[in-house]
Design a protein. Structure first.
Length: 72
């Protein structure tokens, strides 16, 4: 994936995760997504990298910013 393709992909993942984790600072989310991308960037099958990055970042953010309990 070229940088021209990578930047919008990462940006879209950050947007979706920011909506899902409103208590998490956007800079933190972007850092987590970037770290997860870097871990997977050297993989042979690059088609699934965005999906895998989002999944891994969502798991990490869920551990760091657990969902709030809904009021009854």
């Amino acid at each position: 994936m070229s940088d021209a393709q990578k930047d919008p992909t990462i940006g879209a993942i950050v947007e979706r995760l920011a909506a899902r984790f409103p208590d998490a600072p956007r800079t933190h989310i972007a850092g987590v997504v970037g770290q997860e991308y870097d871990l997977l960037e050297t993989g042979r099958i690059r088609l699934y990298i965005p999906t895998l990055v989002e999944h891994s970042a969502r798991q990490r953010l869920h551990r760091e910013f657990p969902p709030r309990a809904l009021d009854p």
